[in-house]
Write a new protein. Structure first.
Length: 308
């Protein structure tokens, strides 16, 4: 190894030692016959400049050759092979696959000693981190804003870029109950403290809204603290599982059941407010490629004023 090579290796080892003392990320990718989308998502993960992460790929017994191509690629040589585990087993769908993947974060060799030091994020195939500095910026924010004396677990969340509508979508900077009723940040922008999945994962009774239910469970049952990061976390592919015509109706029914479970009679009051305030029209504007940029720009402006 030449002098330049030695300098790079020393720098890499110093950076890695520094990161070993910082926030650890568990990145879960669930896939089934994902084709090139799996590599697209992994490119954005492995390209991160912050390296204190572990990747769990949970495949549902794909038959398109994507997993075999991945295993034969240059990905599984050197450092990347040490930070990635692949599990290919049959499952009952996306949330069951997520649950199976989450179970592996408790493997003995990866358990960390303290609270508030390990966070889980779910990335769907076809989604990606917004840029190469995303994980580093999130780790810095958590380091600077975490209360180590706080016993409750955290959920840190940020914004997303919707590639289908080419629009920046800002999350609410404060999640009061009405905000939680309307919706919660998508899991591609959420960093869940690992303790939130220790006792149970996603409730498979909910086929479309299991992540929404778990978010409310984390807050209402586990007392999770939510903290907004004013940062674009991911670029979301759009047009996913929950956005088909069939699943939209199922999503509405599950939303009613879940909100009544956690919010009781207040859920009906929030529904009336949504109807009066034109929620249906706002949803159509948000999803329209023609109007979504203007709609989300106004929403971001309102959120910005609330932060001040």
């Amino acid at each position: 190894m030449n002098t330049v090579g030695w300098i790079r290796e020393i720098y890499r080892r110093v950076i890695m030692r520094k990161e070993e003392c910082r926030i650890k990320f568990e990145i879960i990718v669930v896939c089934f016959n994902a084709g090139d989308k799996l590599k697209y998502t992994l490119d954005s993960i492995y390209g991160q400049e912050y390296h204190n992460y572990h990747v769990i790929i949970k495949d549902g017994k794909s038959s398109d050759g994507s997993l075999e191509a991945l295993k034969a690629s240059d990905y599984f040589s050197g450092r990347i092979a040490t930070v990635t585990d692949i599990y290919s087993t049959s499952d009952k769908g996306i949330y069951d696959g997520m649950n199976e993947a989450v179970n592996h974060i408790w493997d003995a060799d990866r358990i960390l000693p303290g609270a508030h030091d390990r966070y889980v994020i779910f990335m769907n195939c076809g989604d990606c981190f917004y840029d190469k500095q995303t994980l580093g910026k999130v780790a810095d924010y958590i380091d600077e804003n975490i209360d180590v004396k706080q016993e409750k677990p955290y959920i840190f969340y940020g914004n997303q870029f919707n590639r289908l509508t080419e629009t920046l979508v800002s999350s609410a900077p404060s999640l009061n109950e009405f905000a939680l009723y309307r919706n919660v940040p998508c899991h591609q922008v959420c960093f869940y403290e690992d303790r939130l999945f220790k006792d149970r994962g996603y409730d498979l009774k909910y086929r479309v809204r299991a992540d929404y239910e778990h978010f409310l469970y984390s807050i209402y049952e586990l007392g999770a603290i939510t903290s907004y990061i004013d940062l674009v976390i991911s670029a979301y592919e759009g047009g996913g599982f929950s956005e088909t015509a069939e699943n939209r109706k199922k999503s509405e029914d599950e939303h009613i059941e879940i909100t009544e479970q956690y919010m009781g009679k207040r859920a009906k009051k929030y529904k009336r407010i949504m109807v009066i305030s034109g929620a249906g029209l706002r949803t159509r504007l948000a999803e329209s490629k023609r109007f979504s940029k203007a709609y989300n720009a106004v929403k971001s402006l309102i959120y910005g004023k609330k932060k001040r």
